[in-house]
Structures are given as structure tokens and as C-alpha cells.
Design a protein around this ligand. Structure first.
Ligand code: 3SK
Length: 510
């Protein structure tokens, strides 16, 4: 079991322990030409923690907003807030003033540390969130935070004496519908994801170098790029931009061996690998959206590496179903991560038989507590977190994704999972991306409608639409074929890159 001591500050375990055990010289953070050892990172963290407490008046339990891209200073700021006993509330860099006001108000945040390039929207958010009294900018030469950090005597900082179940992180869900929910996580949760998924499924080594595209403000990125490597004394590589071409560049230049990104990025990377040396790569994790089997197969054929599929949730902090490399079954998300339990329930919350689709429910050491939210009792029942995903479990205990629960299309009495049609369309060479939803239809109730982004250089016409329809009929049960196809330049996505099917559904209404 996970027996963490009652008094626990996770940063002491993730960072200070490496220094105490003589690993301070190992590389911790790489970004372009910057290389920070664990000792360098600890020095930054201690200096920021001293600034927070001595200059900015932060006390244990205060919430601090963090706003930056995936930069080394963002990592140091995150760890400093937590080491000083504060609660980190990180926000996606692309959020605008109106979107920043909600977490600021909801979490009653008075203090923000912000990349100097991103202060304007935060300043503007103050009009709607007057409790924000101080914004400290960092990242520029001679920046305000850096000047404060340089004060003498700031190189040491004793980790705050926190309890293992003190909150250290509030992560707001990006929310494809409704208001964002603030999910709260404890010091012990930050270690638990490393000791469950990291140690038992990912099985990386201290000599690995990790990179990926998810923002550090998204717990997928925080775990994959920061916590997993730090737990084992490995290095994180933070590309300034995280488009597929930037990931390939980072892998090649810094000999990256572990990547965390979404299926869309793996597909896009496939088109850009010619002439590139990515031989250092050995572990590729795919999460954030369902992994189509065609993507798994194409990546394996091109690189020789299996994609390690996983499903996580901000509520659970990280991945709770996945499979170690030796146990992967292509097309299946995998097995519950050791330490977690998962089951399939019907609309009344009763467990259903294996082979029957239903709603995925999960519980485990990092389970969900929302910040002051009446939706707690809707989404968490008897300690089980109800996800928005329809899955089935097979007789061997493997979990197979069917659809988001609200992505089922009912057409002429048939239940059709939009993602299944998407997966089939993606096996057609002309298709780069697609989203499939139900469109209203007087005869059939709904029809299957596909929004398709074509590969570069291909243009859509009626003949291609017919070819795609025939392709689907040949690949899966013909009643699932898209009766309507629209060719579009791009699909609507959330800040974390997830397809916004509700936006497509709205488009399909008109
Ligand atoms: O699957 C996801 O979307 C996810 C969410 C939070 C943390 C990790 C993951 C993979």
C-alpha cells in the first residue's frame, strides 16, 4: 500500500531528497540551451519560496495563481508554492481575462506569479476579481520576481510542515460544458500518481528524458513532464512551443526517451518524421482523448513502438486505466492502474455484466474532491468518481472505450458511437482529423454527421464524400456510415486540445 508519513511535503520528496542523497548534480530541467541540475532547480525553488513568504506575505494554505507556458520558471514556481505550504492554482496560458476571473474568484486568490508576456489578461481580470491584489511577473531579464529572488540568504528554505492530506493543488477542469470545477489534490496525491502509474505502468528509469505537449496547468502535463521524472531523478525537456514539429525537434536534439501527448499529435508527427532521428524514443504515452486503433498501428509501423494508451481525469489527477507495455491489447485502454479500481455502471449506478457498455466509474488514492461545488454529489457516489465516458469491460478485465456518454448517436433506433465512426474515417488516407456527431433528422431522429479535415493538398468534393461513406460501410457496420459529411478547415477544440463535440453538435443543429 501507499503508506506516506502523516507529515509530508511532496516537494521535499520530489526535489530535496535527491540533493540529500547526492543526486544534486543530475540534470533536472532542459529547455533549449538551458540545463538546470537538481541543485539548480532546488536553488530557484528555495529563492521563490522565500520571496513568497518573506516579501509577499504568503502563509500556509494560501492559494497562488500561476500563469505561464511550459517554462523552467513555471516548474520552479509550482514547486515553490507547494514547498512553502501554499496551494498552486495553475491556469492555461491561452485563457483570457474573462476566463481567468472565474478561478480567481472561486478560489479567492490574492496573489499571482505570472510570465511577463502574459500579464495583460491577468491585469484585466482584476476588474471582475478584485480579490487579486498582487501580480508578480517573472521570466524577463531583471524581472520583478527574479530581482526579489536574488536577495542574500534566500538560497535555503525549510519545506513547510504540511500534512499528507493538506491540499497543495487546485486544478480547474477545462470544462467542455458548464462552469469549470476546481478539483483539489493533496501532497500525498502528487506522490501516489508516481508510485502507482509511474512505477507500475510507465516504468521509466532515472536515465530517461521526458517531454510532451500538454500544458503544465493541465494535470496530464504536470504529472507526465514534472512529477514522474522528478520522482525518479530523471530529466524533463520543456520545448518552448509544443506543436508536433517542436516535439520532434526536442526529441532529436535532447535525446528524449519518454513522450506524453495526445493521439492527434502522434498522427501529426507521423507526417513529419522523414529524415529525423528519433531513435532515442522508447516510451510513448497517449492520453487526453481516445486512441483510435489506426493511430496505434500507424505509429507502431513507423517507429516500432507501441503507443501506451491511458485514460485519466483532472478529478483523479492522472491516468487511472492503462497497460504496461508487455500487457497492451491494441484498441483497449487497458487495465485499472494498480491502486485503482474501475467498474461499469448503468444509469442507476448498478454494476453491469462484462461485455455490456455503460458508464465508467473509478476510485483510488487520488479520488475526487471538488472545491465548494454542489456537483460533488452528482459526480462522486460512495467514493466512486463517475466519468463522462461509456466503456465496456471484457472477460479478461480490459476496458474498451465506446464514446463519451453524451456522444452516443441514436439513429433509426441504432446506437452509434461517434468515436467509432471517427476511428474508421481516420483509416482513410485523405482524412487528417474528424469529428462525428448526431444531426437532427425528421425520419431517423438523428443521422450520423462527420466533420472532416482533409490532409494538406486534398480538397473535398461530392466524390470524395461518397468515397468516405463507402469506406466506413466497408470498415464497420454499414448503418453507422455518415449520411452527411462536411469538409472543414479545423475542428473546435478545448484549451487542452480535446474535440468539443458539443460545438459540433451545435453546428449540426443549424
Ligand atoms: O485523460 C485525460 O484527459 C487526463 C486528464 C488529466 C490527467 C491525465 C489525463 C490523461
Amino acid at each position: 500500500g501507499l503508506n506516506y508519513p502523516e507529515r509530508l511535503n511532496c516537494v521535499a520528496e520530489l526535489l530535496d531528497r535527491h540533493i540529500a542523497d547526492g543526486r544534486g548534480g543530475r540534470i533536472a530541467v532542459i529547455a533549449s540551451d538551458l540545463h538546470w541540475s537538481y541543485a539548480d532547480l532546488a536553488d530557484k525553488v528555495n529563492r521563490i519560496a522565500n520571496v513568497l513568504v518573506r516579501d509577499l506575505g504568503m502563509v500556509s494554505g494560501n492559494r497562488v495563481l500561476l500563469r505561464a507556458g511550459n517554462t523552467p520558471m513555471m516548474v520552479a514556481a509550482y514547486l515553490a508554492v507547494i514547498k512553502a505550504g501554499g496551494i498552486a492554482v495553475a491556469t492555461m496560458p491561452m485563457l483570457r481575462a474573462g476566463e481567468l476571473a472565474y478561478p480567481l474568484r472561486k478560489a479567492r486568490i490574492a496573489l499571482a506569479l505570472c510570465d511577463h508576456r502574459l500579464t495583460a489578461d491577468l491585469e484585466a481580470a482584476r476588474a471582475q476579481a478584485p480579490e487579486l491584489s498582487r501580480i508578480v511577473a517573472f521570466g524577463a531579464a531583471g524581472g520583478e520576481l527574479e530581482a526579489l529572488m536574488a536577495q542574500p540568504g534566500y538560497e535555503h528554505f525549510e519545506a513547510a510542515d504540511t500534512a499528507r492530506d493538506d491540499v497543495c493543488l487546485i486544478a480547474f477542469t477545462s470544462g467542455t460544458t458548464g462552469e469549470p470545477k476546481g478539483t483539489m489534490h493533496f501532497h500525498q496525491d502528487m506522490l501516489a500518481i508516481c508510485d502507482c502509474y509511474g512505477a507500475r505502468v510507465l516504468k521509466a528509469s532515472p536515465d530517461d528524458r521526458f517531454t510532451g505537449s500538454p500544458p503544465l496547468a493541465f494535470t496530464f502535463g504536470l504529472g507526465g513532464l514534472v512529477l514522474f521524472p522528478m520522482r525518479i531523478g530523471a530529466a524533463m525537456v520543456l520545448p518552448e512551443k509544443a506543436a508536433p514539429a517542436d516535439l520532434i525537434e526536442a526529441i532529436e536534439r535532447h535525446k528524449v526517451s519518454v513522450v506524453f501527448t495526445a493521439p492527434t499529435a502522434y498522427r501529426a508527427m507521423l507526417d513529419k518524421l522523414d529524415g529525423r532521428d528519433i531513435a532515442s524514443l522508447r516510451i510513448c504515452v497517449s492520453a487526453g482523448e481516445a486512441l483510435p486503433r489506426a493511430t496505434f498501428e500507424a505509429w507502431q509501423a513507423r517507429t516500432g513502438l507501441p503507443l501506451m494508451d491511458g485514460i485519466g481525469a483532472t478529478e483523479m489527477l492522472h491516468i487511472f486505466i492503462g497497460a504496461p507495455r508487455e500487457a497492451i491489447r491494441p484498441g483497449s485502454t487497458g487495465l485499472p492502474v494498480p491502486g485503482y479500481e474501475a467498474k461499469i455502471v448503468d444509469a442507476q449506478g448498478r454494476e453491469v455484466a462484462d461485455g455490456t457498455p455503460g458508464r465508467l466509474a473509478v476510485r483510488g488514492p487520488t479520488g475526487c474532491r471538488y472545491l465548494a461545488d454542489p456537483r460533488q454529489s452528482v459526480y462522486v457516489l460512495d467514493g466512486w468518481n463517475l466519468t463522462g465516458d461509456t466503456y465496456l469491460r471484457d472477460a479478461d478485465g480490459y476496458f474498451w472505450y465506446q464514446a463519451r456518454s453524451d456522444d452516443m448517436i441514436v439513429s433509426a433506433g441504432y446506437n452509434i458511437a461517434g468515436p467509432e465512426v471517427e476511428a474508421c474515417l481516420l483509416t482513410h488516407e485523405a482524412v487528417a482529423e474528424c469529428g462525428v456527431v448526431g444531426a437532427p433528422c425528421p425520419e431517423r431522429g438523428q443521422i450520423v454527421k462527420a466533420y472532416v479535415v482533409l490532409r494538406e493538398g486534398i480538397s473535398g468534393d461530392a466524390a470524395l464524400a461518397r468515397a468516405l461513406q463507402e469506406h466506413v460501410k466497408a470498415g464497420i457496420a454499414p448503418y453507422k456510415y455518415p449520411r452527411a459529411i462536411a469538409f472543414v478547415d479545423a475542428l473546435p477544440k478545448t484549451a487542452t486540445g480535446k474535440l468539443q463535440r458539443f460545438a459540433l453538435r451545435r453546428m449540426a443543429q443549424g
